[in-house]
Write a protein that binds this ligand. Sequence first.
Ligand SMILES: Nc1ncnc2c1ncn2[C@@H]1O[C@H](COP(=O)(O)OP(=O)(O)O)[C@@H](O)[C@H]1O
Ligand SMILES: [Mg+2]
Length: 284
Amino acid sequence: MDMNKTARPDGPVISVAGVSKRFDTTLALDDVTLAVPAGEVTVLLGLSGSGKSTLLRHVNGLEQPTAGAVEVLGQPVSSLSGRSLRTLRSRIGFIFQQFELVGSLTVLENVLTGSLASVRGPRLGLWSYSRTARLAALGHLDRVGLLGQAYQRADTLSGGQQQRVAIARALMQDPEILLADEPVASLDPDSSRQVMDLIREIGSERSLTVLCSLHQVDLAISWADRVVGLRQGRVVLDAATFEITKDEVMRIYGPAASAADIAALEAVVTEHRPGGPSRVKVGE
Ligand SMILES: Nc1ncnc2c1ncn2[C@@H]1O[C@H](COP(=O)(O)OP(=O)(O)O)[C@@H](O)[C@H]1O
Ligand SMILES: [Mg+2]
């Protein structure tokens, strides 16, 4: 057993300190500082191009900062490479907008590929995985409600089902952190709600630290413990969801905030705060 697996850092699970990231002429992240404690469910909220994906990619070492430092599970991500980076990544599940399943493989095989980080050599077919891995994969499929589809081709499933398979695949790593990059951007509202609820439930069952990017205000506020707003690569909001105001959301969206965004925000904030009047006022 890897000793790193059991070591818990004293500080935040994810710590981003003064991180800037430049791609040629674009400053994708501009002096971002963020600390996520263990078990917290945080949303990165921002318009397209605000730096959400870039920030998530720094957390699992897919990008190196131009300036600043990223520490995850007590490890300096940007100075890791090779085996130590792979070990850290195996502790971080990642869910993508486009699911990234292999459509021609069965659902079960797709889930099993989630264990590849801890398996040496290529794997061809179900029977190249251990019985333990196959049973674990079936258990995760059961958890996401898709045990009955285990032997179907992945491309026969709906979008919402495919994202649930991707969640089961991430669970094969037994991750401590779950990153999700706009996991419901390709789904209809009902499937979106189902997938977001599932991420939240599984996060809580497994005490996962969850960092999820979204661009929908209403979903973010009804779902997360905390919202970090990005605008043009800068953090413009960092607040517990229950204390978010219209002004703060306006800082994320700026002139692009639509009346619909604000109306959705007010509806959700009101609904989730039955005890008191909403601080969000529309049309003032
Ligand atoms: N690999 C890259 N090369 C050049 N520019 C990039 C690259 N990745 C992201 N960017 C730019 O960085 C900015 C932030 O992008 P991104 O993190 O993808 O935002 P979001 O996920 O919020 O839509 C955008 O202007 C985008 O065009
Ligand atoms: Mg993105």
